[in-house]
Design a protein around this ligand. Structure first.
Ligand code: PBG
Length: 342
């Protein structure tokens, strides 16, 4: 390269940001080796960011692998406790629990029974691994025979009658010892109703992680097998959000903040990175992103076919979720990530 060119003032105006041009500025200089790359890296993924979802079923000594989610299991409570110990040993901060009841009925009765599957699972984990944060998903779809997230009247999911059941479910989780309550049903007004009930019953210190922007997504497919929660008629589009919308997500989030949410969630993560970004930009509140079952299954399936490198793709995806603005990620890759980052 011959003469160095000093950028002219109008060149700078052209870039709009006072940055020098090639050949003075060569971006590749800072990519030359791993130590330089480490120093200028803008986003880091760590064990501190991870929440591992687990599924719990009735029975003893059960650990059934979920076919569409290789490496994930439906555990009976005894095996769940072992898995919880493993999470704590790996340094993962928390788990979110989903329960599969003994039997289902129109009102999802087991969801709010003090001797229900989740309530027993929470007590057992808190007994043996008290340091592991136990987050409970509050919803009815795993417990109702129709598979919807609320009470049905004339084929419609009724909002306000559902709130009463979600409140009962949240209180029973709190009594069992849950550390964080995470409502995923998408009924209007549920955060306020649950916050009031928790406060009135002496649980004012239990945070709410609100599934605020939860979309009616096809990426939940494998989860519905895992949790046996597919709707038996219709779909969830009358209560979960329409995928093309983002301004509506900001309104949902604002409502949840007003009603007392401590952590906001965007779900799924990967097709909604712009939503994560917009939420984080607008509100100074911790944001969680749910890297859902379908996002996990796609990577697993392609990796099993030898088409992609599982570790590199998973780390790239999770890092992109953090780069978009998520403070924490719920992911079925959590245990693998800890090992990969070692
Ligand atoms: C509802 C709930 C769902 C998921 C988490 N909570 C399913 C749904 O709304 O149909 C999906 C999580 C995943 O796909 O990994 N209780």
């Amino acid at each position: 390269m011959q003469v160095k060119k000093v950028p002219r003032v109008d060149d700078r105006l052209f870039t709009g940001d006072n940055m020098s041009h090639f050949p003075i500025y060569r971006p590749r200089r800072l990519r030359a080796n791993e130590n330089l790359r480490r120093l200028v890296r803008e986003t880091s993924l760590s064990t501190d960011d991870l929440i591992y979802p687990m599924f719990v079923v009735h029975g003893h000594d059960v650990a059934d692998e979920i076919p569409s989610m290789p490496g994930c299991y439906q555990y009976s409570v005894d095996r769940l406790v072992k898995a919880a110990k493993e999470l704590a040993a790996l340094g993962i901060p928390g788990t979110i629990l989903f329960g599969i009841p003994q039997s289902k009925d129109p009102l999802g009765t087991e969801a709010y029974a003090d001797d229900g599957i989740i309530q027993g699972a929470v007590r057992a984990i808190k007994d043996v691994v008290p340091e592991l944060l136990v987050i409970t998903d509050v919803c009815l779809c795993e417990y109702t025979d129709h598979g919807h997230c609320g009470v049905i009247e004339s084929g419609e999911v009724m909002n306000d009658p559902t709130l009463e059941l979600l409140v009962k479910e949240s209180l029973s989780h709190a009594r069992a010892g849950a550390d964080v309550i995470a409502p995923s049903d998408m009924m209007d007004g549920r955060i306020g109703a649950i916050r009031n009930a928790l406060d009135e019953n002496g649980h004012e210190n239990i945070p709410i992680m609100a599934y605020s922007a939860k979309y009616a997504s096809a990426f939940y497919g494998p989860f519905r097998d895992a949790a046996d929660s597919a709707p038996q008629f219709g779909d969830r589009r009358s209560y979960q959000m329409d995928p093309p919308n983002v301004e509506e997500a900001l309104r949902e989030v604002a409502l949840d903040i007003d009603e007392g949410a401590d952590i906001l969630m965007v779900k799924p993560a990967l097709s909604y990175l712009d939503v994560i970004y917009r939420v984080k930009e607008r509100f100074q509140i911790p944001v969680a992103a749910y890297n859902v079952s379908g996002e996990y299954a796609m990577i697993k399936a392609a990796a099993q076919n030898g088409w992609i490198d599982e570790k590199r793709v998973a780390l790239e995806v999770l890092t992109s979720i953090k780069r978009a603005g998520a403070d924490m990620i719920l992911t079925y890759f959590a245990k693998s990530v800890v090992r990969w980052l070692e």
